[in-house]
Design a protein around this ligand. Structure first.
Ligand code: DON
Length: 557
């Protein structure tokens, strides 16, 4: 029951954001896996075909991505996995990195520690998180779901054009100085990577094999922990064996709201994604966007105004819930009504007026999201990251995996908020053992208790708004999953006070003009890579959509 369609992209005017992405779709009555990297999607599908469930497939896909999508797939980073078992409310496996015990509040204050520094790495959470997801929901033996990644790393896999371009770019960047990174990821003959080349990652294969054979403890204790501790010691990093041993992944209760008869579930703090998404949906529920029309300037203005308010609250209140109290009010309908009452549909509220004391820093652009559903309806929505593409561009010598630079998600300078867009609010300052605030927003939407949408995206702070656009497209504007994913997106993060729109053609040029006339400062840019599954509530047919703004493959049983 498998059908692959190439969706026809509209041929529109060329703009700075480039051509409209050509999403790729698969439909199936059985299991579906959608992710950025074709060989990793195939691993997930093979696990489903072997009798694994969506949790097994998700764990296997995540490990495979650590091999085949080094930009963001990882075992050296962290993330959030939402899982919805049939008949049960979704849960969240939270495996965000933590600050090492030696990390101080002023770590980044003098500007000397950069994102490329060993000190920028948080204690990795991915292996513990995947192990917890597998323990709670998996069916196949752990070894079976890790071994496909081992094979990809040890035997090598075929590099495609997107990966080749990414590797060539990072390797030719003078900022890439880590010798082990260059040794591991350079083409053996010293030439540029091209599609069709084979990438073999021996050390990573060995590390994954240890994890496959001995479980997550192999990563956090023993020989592999020694290698990371040594790497840190030799390069002035902070992570110790004790930090590794102390790391725990958590199962947390997702953030939830209802919207037009749907139940929307997103990740709780330390991600800001669920709360901000719910706050925006609650505000928007008070307006009739459908009547105003999806493409109208009025609808865009209302959505932008809700974005600004939610992102102001994000900066003001959100951080690791084990360190900072997150007001429960933020996700209530009453609070949203109050915020909605302050929205003037005719003109933008200046961001500075919404919270004059705080501003936001810029963020980078690499994370990855994948979605999985199995034949029985178990749904998994996972977003994980190294923060920047290839993290801090450090490969742990001897262990072969990339390190994250997630510590840069903390507010860098305590108390310092400035017009350059930096924030120094307390909830997200560095502290030993604290999780840095994330924007990752893997989401599962249910209708009458059954999953109808599994989505998420990379994109730093744009993630939450990418997910908002997809959810609105499906739940408010009743678009097909394919159209919901390909439709141009937009982003406002409160500060800077500007809206960024994806601009693929004539309609968008008009929108740019109309929003500018309405009083917004408009910039252009590409947004997200939302590998999504839609499930028809009537027929149960699943449609997997590979976004293709970056790359991707949707596969089904
Ligand atoms: O957790 C976060 O929100 C960021 N570290 C995510 C970084 C990101 O999405 C970069 N790329 N696309």
């Amino acid at each position: 029951m498998l059908r692959t369609i190439s969706l026809c992209a509209l041929l529109l005017l060329a703009t700075s954001a480039g051509a409209q992405p050509k999403a790729e779709a698969v439909t199936s009555k059985g299991g579906v896996v959608v992710c950025v990297s074709p060989p990793a999607a195939e691993v997930g599908l093979a696990i489903l075909k072997k009798g694994g469930n969506a949790a097994d497939a998700a764990v296997a896909t995540a490990f495979a991505l650590a091999v085949t999508w080094p930009e963001a797939g990882n075992i050296g980073g962290g993330g959030f996995m939402m899982i919805a078992a049939p008949g049960k409310a979704p849960t969240c496996i939270e495996y965000r990195e933590t600050a090492p015990a030696a990390a101080k509040e002023n770590l980044f204050a003098d500007g000397k520690v950069t994102w490329l520094d060993h000190k920028a790495a948080g204690v990795p959470g991915t292996v513990r998180g995947l192990a917890l997801a597998h323990k709670r929901f998996g069916k196949l033996p752990w070894k079976d779901v890790v071994l496909p990644a081992v094979e990809l790393a040890e035997q090598g896999f075929t590099v495609n054009a997107v990966l080749a371009a990414g590797l060539n770019k990072v390797l030719s960047d003078p900022k890439t100085t880590n010798a082990e990174f260059k040794r591991v990821y350079s083409k053996p003959d010293g030439l540029k990577w091209i599609a069709g080349d084979k990438l073999v990652l021996k050390d990573l294969g060995r590390t994954l094999r240890l994890v496959a054979e001995n479980g997550a403890d192999a990563f956090y204790t023993g020989e592999l922990a020694d290698l990371l501790a040594k790497e840190m010691k030799e390069h002035g990093g902070l992570i110790t064996k004790a930090d590794l041993e102390a790391y725990k992944a958590h199962e947390r209760k997702p953030v939830h709201t209802t919207f037009r008869g749907f139940d929307v579930y997103g990740p709780p703090p330390p991600s800001s994604g669920g709360i901000a998404l719910v706050e925006m949906l609650n505000i928007l529920e008070t307006f009739d966007l459908k009547k105003l029309g999806r493409d109208s300037v009025e609808t865009h203005a209302l959505v932008i105004e809700s974005m600004k308010r939610a992102y102001a609250d994000r900066a003001r209140h959100l951080g690791d819930p084990d360190f900072t109290k997150v007001p429960a009010e933020l996700t209530t309908k009453e609070y949203a009504k109050k915020l909605a009452a302050g929205v003037d549909p005719a003109k933008p509220t200046p961001s500075a007026k919404l919270a004059p004391d705080i501003e936001l820093t810029a963020e980078s652009d690499s994370t990855t999201h994948f979605s999985v559903i199995d034949k029985d309806g178990l749904a998994v929505s996972n977003t994980y990251t190294l923060e920047n593409s290839y993290g801090n561009r450090v490969v742990v010598r001897g262990a072969g995996y990339l390190l994250n630079n997630e510590m840069t998600d903390f507010n860098p300078k305590p108390g310092v908020t400035n017009t350059m867009g930096q924030i120094g609010t307390k909830p997200n300052l560095v502290a030993p053992g604290k999780r840095m605030l994330s924007s990752m927003t893997p989401v599962i939407v249910l209708k009458d208790g059954k999953p109808v949408l599994i989505t998420g995206s990379p994109g730093g702070r744009t993630i939450i708004n990418t997910v908002l656009c997809v959810v609105l497209n499906v739940c408010e504007f009743e678009m097909s999953t394919a159209d919901a994913v390909t439709a141009p997106r937009f982003h406002h993060q409160w500060m800077p006070d500007a809206v960024r729109i994806e601009s693929f053609g004539a309609k968008q040029v008009h929108l740019n003009e109309a929003l500018t006339k309405h009083g917004y400062k408009v910039t252009l840019g590409k947004q997200g890579d939302a590998h999504t599954i839609g499930i028809d509530p009537k027929t149960g047919t699943r449609t997997g959509i590979a976004d293709k703004r970056l790359d991707g493959k949707a596969v089904g049983e």
